[in-house]
Design a protein. Structure first.
Length: 289
């Protein structure tokens, strides 16, 4: 087992056990500084949100893969991506990027209401895990400036129980660290009682057959996605989820990027192996009379 695979297993084990995992030193400091620098205009010019959930003293914006070439390294962090795939694979054929979002919590912001992100899909408590989120701090996350609160072991079947009586844990982090947590884990941003702005980003991965939080095809239309690696383009939605979901004219949408069969080909099956075998056998029985 490689060191990356070992780290991915450790992250996945912590997620399944506690609902979250803090990964220290997951990204070099220079990478964090570079993406923070690229996103500085958006952090400066994006209006404050409206509403108590998003935060009236919080700025949020998406499309980070268009705003900074450095975002790709965060979205495709090898060990974290492998851990997300391990967690989500039992309920899907492929995973997808659910969102990328820059977040700046300004002084005076109130604590966010504790919540579970995968409740947006209304699948009910105790359902399969649908989402793995990653918070990447660009500035130190401290108790005073709004470090994220998370409630250990509030995930999975426990999501159907009454909210925990305990206060939870506030996860302090340094730039380069990452907080990985399940969509079923209870969490919320803390209050910013400091004089500093808390900046960072979130990247999320969800089951490939769910409608993502961020409309990836509007965020990254073909003219943009053609500049992505095939792996990144697939992650943002330019691939089919077997059987046959998310196709374009019956083909994998990667044809829009110049990948795969040339346009003009007829619709083609995209089935799971067992489905392909069953349909082939059914056709063979008919041909044999």
């Amino acid at each position: 087992m490689s060191s990356t695979e070992h780290q991915a297993c450790k992250i996945a084990e912590a997620l399944l056990s506690n609902g979250f995992c803090r990964v220290t030193g997951a990204m070099p400091a220079e990478k964090v500084e570079a993406i923070d620098r690229d996103l500085a205009p958006a952090f400066e010019n994006t209006p404050f949100c409206a509403g108590h959930f998003y935060g009236n003293r919080t700025r949020r914006f998406g499309r980070l893969l268009r705003r900074s070439a450095h975002a790709e390294a965060f979205v495709q962090h090898e060990a974290i991506l492998q851990a997300a795939e391990h967690i989500l694979a039992p309920a899907c054929d492929t995973i997808q990027l659910n969102l990328t979002q820059g977040i700046a919590i300004h002084p005076g912001e109130l604590a966010q209401m504790p919540h579970r992100d995968q409740d947006m899909w209304r699948l009910g408590p105790g359902a399969a895990e649908c989402l793995v989120n990653v918070i990447w701090p660009f500035t130190p996350f401290t108790r005073k400036n709004g470090a994220t609160w998370i409630w250990p072991r509030s995930h999975g079947p426990a999501a159907g129980e009454d909210p925990p009586d305990s206060e939870g844990l506030q996860i302090e982090m340094e730039p380069g660290d990452a907080l990985v947590f399940l969509g079923s884990a209870l969490h919320g941003a803390g209050a910013n009682t400091s004089g500093d702005i808390r900046r960072g980003m979130i990247a999320g991965y969800s089951l490939g057959w769910l409608k993502p939080y961020e409309n990836q095809w509007l965020a990254y239309p073909p003219a943009v996605a053609r500049r992505f690696s095939p792996e990144l383009a697939a992650l943002v939605g330019y691939r089919q989820h077997r059987p046959n979901l998310g196709n374009h004219e019956g083909l994998c949408p990667s044809v829009l990027l110049g990948n795969g069969p040339a346009p003009g080909r007829g619709a083609a099956d995209a089935l799971l192996p067992a489905q392909a075998s069953a349909t082939a056998a059914y056709a063979a029985r008919q041909r044999s009379g």
